[in-house]
Design a protein. Structure first.
Length: 369
């Protein structure tokens, strides 16, 4: 069982960063590969061995360029991980071939390759043990060539070389595991911080009782909707709702009962509004509803549906039935409006007309023909 149950999410989170690191590593490897062609010339001169080594390096460079191309196409960390494993395997094969073709007394690779062993483990993304296997393959290849095919004239003892590779391999595994753990802890800390920020935003912008937007959030969103209208004439409508005789309900059954009914009333609206519609609690029992893209005809029809639903809506509190009606004011944004406040003020006026005309009704204010 993985110590990190959400491993794919973590790896995908660092995906772009890992892609960049891999591209840098491949470019650096290409540069060194081209530079080392000069070393091949020093060792072999103009000979068939030189051409074979140069051809091997050129083949590796061409494959590396292809890998860079594919890095720009892949979309998931799994594909990235697989490409890294393939490319590292090709690099190890190149190192093995070059080390095999060097003179019997040439063991210069034992100075550089232990560093490569560490880098394979800690630099590239992917499973720690998968990278360790690749690093182990390079270690075994180098030590086998050293033991069976090389007769160095002067160098460090074989025991020192062996332990340098072993230490490099173990060091790479330990650092890779530590780095992986740190990466996951950092990810979960970022997720926790993000969730905490969302909770703080919810506290700051959401009405704790009903779950509707509070005034602090509702009005900026309304201004944004008005700005969109001014930019591209995307119409919107506003519905203002106020529960009838809500004070009487509170006085008769208590504020706890009033809270229960407000929650039930809000749920009715949320269950029937469109996902893009914005519901805000603007006062004790007063609510506003912004309908983006909605013409006045749609808003009136929807308001009437809400009025009918509220008329039959009931809530239970201590086995007592709570019920009341709602008055609604409706308007649409006009070209003459200067701000969102103008539209809201007109919807509010329509609401109070509904109150004055007997409550439990929908009242609209439309443009003059």
């Amino acid at each position: 069982m993985s110590l990190f149950p959400n491993a794919p999410a973590v790896e995908q989170f660092y995906f772009k960063e890992d892609l960049l690191h891999t591209k840098i590593a491949i470019i650096v490897a290409i540069c060194f590969c081209l530079i080392f062609i000069r070393n091949d010339y020093i060792f072999f001169g103009i000979s068939s061995q030189f051409y074979q080594a140069a051809l091997a390096r050129a083949f590796f460079v061409s494959l590396s360029i292809g890998a860079l191309f594919f890095l720009g196409k892949i979309k998931t960390f799994r594909q990235h991980e697989q490409l890294v494993y393939v490319w590292c395997s090709l690099y190890i094969l190149l190192c093995t071939y070059i080390n095999l073709t060097r003179q019997e007394d040439n063991i210069n690779f034992t100075y550089l390759d232990p560093v490569v062993v560490v880098l394979i483990s800690i630099y590239f993304p992917g499973n720690v043990w998968g990278k360790s296997i690749l690093a182990g393959c390079l270690t075994i290849s180098d030590l086998a060539i050293l033991l069976f095919l090389k007769t160095p004239k002067y160098t460090l003892s074989l025991e020192v070389i062996f332990f340098s590779y072993l230490i490099a391999l173990l060091l790479g595994i330990v650092i890779a595991a530590k780095f992986r753990k740190f990466r996951y802890e950092q990810y979960y800390a970022l997720v926790k911080e993000h969730n905490l920020r969302l909770e703080l935003e919810k506290v700051a912008y959401i009405d704790y009782l009903t779950g509707a937007l509070n005034r602090r959030k509702f009005f900026p969103l309304g201004e944004h909707q008005f700005d969109l209208y001014k930019e591209n004439e995307t119409s919107f409508s506003i519905i203002m709702l106020d529960l009838d005789y809500f004070k009487n309900l509170n006085d008769k059954f208590g504020h706890s009962a009033g809270d229960i009914f407000l929650q039930a009333f809000t749920k009715t609206i949320v269950d029937h509004k469109r996902p893009a519609d914005l519901l805000g609690r603007l006062g004790g029992e007063e609510f506003g509803l912004i309908l983006p893209g909605a013409k006045l005809e749609f808003a009136i029809e929807f308001a009437e549906r809400l009025r009918s639903l509220c008329e039959i809506n009931k809530a239970l509190f201590n086995k007592k039935v709570l019920q009341t009606t709602v008055s609604i004011g409706v308007t649409e944004v006009w070209k003459t409006d200067k701000s969102f406040h103008d539209v809201l003020k007109r919807a509010d006026e329509a609401l109070y007309q509904a109150k004055r005309q007997g409550r439990n009704r929908v009242q609209l204010i439309a443009r003059d023909a």
